[in-house]
Design a protein around this ligand. Sequence first.
Ligand code: FES
Length: 226
Amino acid sequence: MREVAYGGEKLLLIGGESHKTGQGECTIAHYETLRRFAEDTFGVEEIRYRWSTHDLVTLDNMPYIGLAREGTPNLLVATGYRKWGMTTSAVAGRLLTDLLIGRDNPYAELFGPSRFQPDPDMGTLAKETADVAYRFVKGKLEWLKKDPEELGLDEGAAVRIHGRRCGAYRDHEGKLHVVDTTCTHMGCETEWNAGDRTWDCPCHGSRFTFDGEVMHGPAKKPLERL
Ligand code: FES
């Protein structure tokens, strides 16, 4: 939580309610929890903006900062900040500068992207891999009852049309937008995010607008419009 100057006013920025993209309870429930916290704790009367953002987390929860891999001296990365971007980007600036000018930095090994600690990384890796497999299969087998014609204004859902799993969203003007919910990254089924009106992939976190455009990778191609 912190203050932000915006348009000549001071706003309160409140974050929280971490969850995996496309998994767990409805995003609106997360926004509601934050709203209640803002009201109860600070007496906030109006929520001006709200949004969900991606936050990359590495297997051992430490950012990757340094050479992307051995043998490519011109390829440097800084990622996996786990919500500590304002602090860790300063660390990254110092560390990458040292790498570029060939100066020793005591943190180079700690943040090195090519580090791999077998324990607990192996357990985390196995768990993440199993989770992706589970989400992949679950999306394919899910029984969908909703008919697109039942959708009200500003409502979206995964529906079945002629036996095919599709994603439908009816906008404020009543126009129906239908996409193929299969993620263009590796084929998992995206889920409707009612809080942000997006299609979110539970496998690796790609996000698409209600009409299929890519908002966040790793997917590069839009969802197919139907
Ligand atoms: S399958 Fe959707 S992000 Fe990988």
